[in-house]
Design a protein around this ligand. Structure first.
Ligand SMILES: Cc1ncc(COP(=O)(O)O)c(C=O)c1O
Length: 416
């Protein structure tokens, strides 16, 4: 199909046209089948057309397709916020608001922290990704392509190195950079918040250093700074737990939700400590579509399916299969470019590197094409676009997962 009517500024990873999907499989308009290791970029942790989600959407569509919650509240929004506040694994009372997307959740979080602290400075991290709206662009720890040609971005925002065993940046290095920031660049008392992904998504599936996360929590408490965890990609079971911050042994003050929250229907949320959410004037938060009843129905069905037992089983099964195959590929030397495996749980990245350790970005592009031709959809990540991110539905059938990994192995063997 022609792309003539599509903005050429949208970058398309796979130039095919999808027709339909079922759990971890999709078919294009020519009838070709693909195993889906992209999951709509982390949106389909429950797979394509999960029966519970489809049924909930269908039923809701016969009752009430839309109402702007801030004009007249409706039951699906209220029910969802109650269920979500119980689903967020923190010890404090949770409240929040619904949005249409992840970026809109991040935008609203910036407003919420300004309202709560009276401060404006935000500290984000190298390699971070928080969205494509004007304010979230500045949070991203990567210039090209996001920050190019758009001029001055809303600030003030500063970036620190993101410490992770997956990128070799240590906790001590990140803390040293933090010391420098507050002695050279800005006064700590001007800082409203830190925003951090417990596992970086776009950045290459890098798992945050636990010691740093705990030091950051203590630093925020000492200096009355808020800590925002962006769980838009790492949340909703991706790492085998409800949210990836649980692995860090900390409680964020605000949590950003999106992607897999509603089984494929657009929805996001900002949730967190109740008193923080109430500081902007009435009407300061909201939106026409945010918390649309059909999206809320999708999210309620998602929460029904995401029991802790299911998440643990799905996460560990997928993690076991990926890590077993990866280690076999290393042992057998199937590919000269095979680098580190990054991430945690079922949120795994596989790095491609040259013999001198530099990113093998060209080979990753080749791999995407080889895999697509062979019936497997993959997605790149990392600053140099050299890390494959594996985001297969958590519900993928074990045989389909192995079939996808077989295709990946065959394609790795062909890399030149
Ligand atoms: C961690 C993270 N935050 C925010 C976003 C932005 O979400 P959306 O594309 O729904 O605006 C993304 C999207 O990839 C993400 O991965």
């Amino acid at each position: 199909m022609s792309h003539a009517t599509i903005s050429q500024s949208i970058s398309i990873v796979h130039p095919i046209s999808l027709s339909h999907g079922k759990n971890a499989e999709v078919w294009d308009t020519t009838g070709k089948r693909y195993i889906d290791f992209v999951g709509g970029i982390g949106v389909l942790n429950l797979g394509h057309c999960h029966p519970g989600v489809v049924e909930a959407i269908r039923e809701q569509a016969t009752k009430l397709t839309h109402y702007a919650f801030n004009a007249v509240p409706h039951a699906p929004y209220l029910q969802l916020m109650e269920r979500l506040s119980a689903f967020i694994p923190v010890g404090y009372p949770v409240s929040g608001m619904l949005t249409n997307s992840g970026a809109e959740a991040a935008e609203n979080a910036l407003k919420i922290v300004r309202g709560a602290t009276g401060r404006t400075v935000v500290i984000a991290f190298d390699g971070a990704f928080h969205g494509r709206t004007l304010a979230t662009l500045n949070l991203n720890g990567k210039v090209a392509p996001y920050k190019q040609k758009v001029g001055v971005l809303p600030g003030p925002v500063y970036h620190l190195p993101y410490p992770s065993a997956d990128n070799g940046v240590t906790c001590a290095e990140a803390l040293k950079a933090m010391d420098r920031l507050f002695s050279v660049e800005i006064d700590v008392s001007d800082v409203a918040c830190f925003i951090i992904e417990p596992v970086q998504g776009e950045g290459g599936f890098l798992a945050l250093d636990i010691e740093f996360a705990q030091a950051l929590r203590r630093f925020c408490d000492t200096n009355n700074i808020l800590l925002i965890a962006d769980e838009i990609q790492s949340g909703f079971g991706r790492t085998g737990q409800r949210f990836a911050f649980s692995r860090l042994g900390i409680e964020p003050d605000l949590i950003l939700l999106g992607k897999s929250i509603a089984g494929g229907v657009p929805l996001g949320a900002v949730v967190g400590r109740k008193p923080l959410l109430d500081n902007l004037p009435k009407g300061g938060l909201g939106g026409t579509y945010s918390g649309n009843p059909i999206a809320c129905a999708g999210a309620l069905a998602t929460l029904d399916a995401m029991t802790d037992a299911h998440l643990k089983t799905w996460g560990s099964q997928q993690e076991e299969a990926i890590t077993r195959r990866y280690h076999a590929w290393r042992t057998q030397g199937v590919c000269a470019y095979l680098g580190r495996m990054t991430g945690v749980g079922a949120m795994r990245g596989i790095e491609l590197v040259n013999a001198d350790g530099t990113p093998a970005s060209k080979q990753l592009t080749q791999l995407l094409e080889l895999a697509r031709d062979a019936g497997l959809l993959l997605m790149p990540s990392g600053k140099s676009r050299h890390i494959i991110r594996l985001l297969a539905p958590l519900t993928i059938e074990p045989a389909v997962l192995e079939e996808g990994l077989d295709i990946l192995e065959a394609c790795l063997r062909q890399l030149a």
